[in-house]
Write a protein that binds this ligand. Structure first.
Ligand code: CA
Ligand code: CA
Length: 132
């Protein structure tokens, strides 16, 4: 059996009577089989050349031959699509029990309820004394 390579397609040649039969075997992907002769040290930084497709709320990380997209803290998704986590409805906030939670992009705010004071993480009741 004789192997032939023509336009990156591998054939084997089989003698049948006085002529030959050519059998198509498989197309060789030189890029994935590392049989190409492309320059390997060309690490393009897709993040700084703005050729990445990361979401605006994702971090881009350059790696050799590619890049990675990771949603920023407070966001969920695959890096190409990132959506804000609603910490208030998913109860992943750390607001005090006497505080109101307000969802914002990438985070949340805690505000002490009326009659309480504090930073929202800690709220203490305000005592009102009426002087007679
Ligand atoms: Ca790269
Ligand atoms: Ca949020």
């Amino acid at each position: 059996m004789t192997l032939l390579r023509l336009n990156n397609v591998l054939f084997f040649k089989e003698a049948v009577f006085s002529s030959y039969l050519y059998h198509f075997i498989i197309d060789i992907n030189e890029c994935t089989t590392n049989t190409d002769n492309c320059h390997k040290d060309a690490n393009i930084n897709e993040c700084t050349t703005n050729t990445d497709n990361c979401h605006q709320d994702a971090e881009c990380t350059n790696i050799i031959g590619s890049f990675n997209c990771t949603c920023k803290a407070g966001y969920s998704g695959d890096g190409v699509n990132c959506t804000d986590n609603n910490e208030c409805t998913t109860n992943t906030h750390n607001c005090h029990q006497d505080a109101d939670c307000t969802n914002i992009l990438g985070s949340f705010n805690c505000t002490c309820k009326n009659g309480y004071s504090g930073d929202g993480g800690n709220c203490t009741g305000i005592l009102n004394f009426k002087m007679n």
